[in-house]
Design a binder for this molecule. Structure first.
Ligand code: GSH
Length: 120
């Protein structure tokens, strides 16, 4: 697989069905936070690949990059050339990739590395 050229941010597309919870349709409030942040700061949105995924497993575009274990969204997969994270952001190495899994830390990473206001 070719190295990523940009950070990839995976979120659930809204209106998904969770088979464990019956026929209702849902949105992910964590994904909504990061999508909302990108709405505030389109200049940040322009720096990354935003990848909406379905809730059904396997979440193929994500599994193709980081494997079966890291399927929960939102998740930020860093490009090889992307800066290291600030101390208050946990980054996990997954094979050749680095991922940020916690929503607030995704927001912090993007805010610091793109120079926009920080999440309070
Ligand atoms: N990593 C997020 C939480 C993400 C999360 O729990 N997302 C839910 C959907 S709203 C999820 O992916 N659940 C199903 C799964 O883990 O397969 C955080 O800690 O802020």
């Amino acid at each position: 697989m070719r190295p990523l050229e940009r950070d990839h941010l995976f979120v659930y597309a809204p209106g998904f069905v969770d088979p464990a919870l019956g026929p209702a349709r849902w949105f992910c409030p964590y994904s909504a936070q990061v999508v909302g942040f990108l709405g505030y700061y389109p200049e940040v949105r322009a720096t990354l690949e935003l990848v909406p995924i379905d809730f059904a497993r396997p979440r193929a575009p994500l599994v193709a990059l980081v494997g079966e274990r890291y399927q929960a969204a939102p998740i930020l997969v860093l490009a090889p050339g992307s800066p290291d994270a600030p101390d208050d952001v946990h980054v996990t190495a997954v094979g050749p990739h680095r991922v940020v899994e916690r929503t607030l830390e995704i927001l912090r990473y993007l805010a610091v590395t793109r120079g926009v206001p920080l999440p309070h």
